[in-house]
Design a protein around this ligand. Structure first.
Ligand SMILES: Nc1ncnc2c1ncn2[C@@H]1O[C@H](COP(=O)(O)OP(=O)(O)O)[C@@H](O)[C@H]1O
Ligand SMILES: [Mg+2]
Length: 406
């Protein structure tokens, strides 16, 4: 086993396009690292450079402390874990797992030892004589991992392994992969465009946009302290709300009225003109049910026209439309494009207690936990109020990079 280090990795394809642009990531031995971002952001390119299927234009790739830039894939001792379609239907589970060892002409006794050890870890003992076609999705997943385990690879690499599965199976397989990775403790790099997979599987998550690392942090850090608008909009479902905002003194003016901000937050945004406020749906509550939910000084309530209510039993979603000035609208439209069409309408989505009796078409009193509000610079997307100590590493996206990307 080994850690993997990416130092200032750049990949330019033939046309000069930087698909990966100066990315540095340190993956610890045994760590589960996620590479996440919308389609085309360079995830697969990065993974293929780690495994050796794609040349590195500049930068250093280390496995353990060995530089591997010029090593062929088979000399890197990494295992790309393919899914059920890569299993051979005519071979038994045993022979499917043994396959890479047979290719390497390993002697039978050693093959047998490794296959039996893997099958015991993977709880596949009673299935060794069966064919893949008779197994459940989760069992096939384990066979695919077994094949990687017997090679005694230093790390597992996955590229969107669950994207072709239906939602239920995807959930099961996600749990399976998480459980096995913990049990085996093998360094894992996992590519996905799905923020739920990123949040649930990763020890840490690297968020990419257009080949540039935006933030490298734990799921909790990303969720609570996104470094910029892009990360804030990408992580979380339903997504964070974005509203036009202006700070004066310790108050922030939002489309629904003014609320009081914690002083340190206000100080960082005071006098900066028109900003974009970000706040997650769960940081609102029906004011009549909000008692005890937060310090009174931090909390605020406002009255707003509720257009639609969705009651789900355990919670209630309420939708509140608002007007945004053109500068903010334009920034939000651009963000929506970058996020691959996750709809960011100029409406506030709030998640309230299921006990709420708020009705459609009414003016409702809504409480908001202003201590959870973020304020973003609309020009650069930077989170002005981020708590850097709890945000992992935030990529340095300069204004010129942003302009170049438009
Ligand atoms: N073989 C290639 N030649 C030229 N451009 C490529 C090639 N492979 C990928 N790209 C481009 O590099 C960018 C990143 O692609 P990729 O790594 O596949 O993204 P992701 O896996 O995040 O969807 C995309 O803009 C894609 O069009
Ligand atoms: Mg890809």
């Amino acid at each position: 086993m080994a850690g993997i280090t990416l130092n200032n990795i750049v990949k330019r394809y033939g046309d000069g396009f930087p698909a990966v642009n100066d990315v540095s990531i340190d993956i610890a031995d045994g760590e589960f690292m996620i590479l996440v971002g919308p389609s085309g952001c360079g995830k697969s390119t990065l993974l293929r450079m780690i495994v050796g299927l794609e040349d590195i234009t500049t930068g250093d790739m280390l496995i353990g402390d060995r530089r591997v830039n010029d090593l062929a894939p088979r000399d890197r001792n990494l295992a790309m874990v393919f899914q059920n379609y890569a299993l051979y239907p005519h071979l038994t589970v045993y022979e499917n797992i043994a396959f890479p060892l047979r290719l390497a002409k390993m002697d039978n006794a050693e093959v047998d030892r490794r296959v039996r050890e893997a099958s015991s870890t993977l709880e596949l003992d009673e299935h060794l004589d069966r064919k893949p076609g008779n197994l459940s999705g989760g069992q096939r997943q384990r066979v695919a991992m077994g094949r990687a385990i017997v090679r005694e690879a230093d790390a597992f690499l996955f590229d969107e392994p669950l994207s072709n599965l239906d939602a239920k199976l995807r959930g099961q397989m996600r749990t399976e992969i998480a459980r096995l990775q913990k049990k085996l403790g093998i360094t894992t790099v996992y590519v996905t465009h799905d923020q739920t997979e990123a949040m649930t599987l990763g020890d840490r998550v690297a968020v990419l946009k257009k080949g540039i690392l935006q933030q490298l942090a734990t799921p909790r850090e990303l969720y609570e302290n996104p470094g910029n608008l892009f990360v804030a909009g990408f992580i979380g479902s339903p997504p964070m709300n974005f509203l036009p905002a202006e700070v004066s003194g310790t108050k922030v003016k939002l489309p629904f009225g003014e609320v009081e901000l914690p002083a340190d937050k206000a100080a960082r945004a005071e006098g900066k003109g028109l900003l974009i406020a970000g706040i997650r749906p769960e940081h609102f509550e029906d004011a009549s049910l909000a008692e005890g939910k937060g310090e009174a000084t931090r909390a605020s309530t406002f009255t707003a026209p509720v257009e639609v209510v969705e009651w789900l039993g355990n919670e209630t979603y309420a939708y509140i439309p608002f007007e945004a000035p053109p500068e903010v609208e334009q920034q939000l439209r651009q963000l929506e494009q970058e996020l691959d069409g996750e709809a960011l309408r100029t409406q506030l989505v709030v998640s309230l207690d299921g006990a709420s009796r708020i009705t459609e078409g009414s003016n409702a009193e809504i409480w908001m936990d202003a201590s959870k509000l973020h304020l973003f610079d609309p020009a650069t997307g930077e989170n002005l109020t981020v708590d850097r100590e709890h945000a992992g590493r935030i990529g340095e996206t300069t204004v010129s990079e942003q302009e170049a990307a438009v």
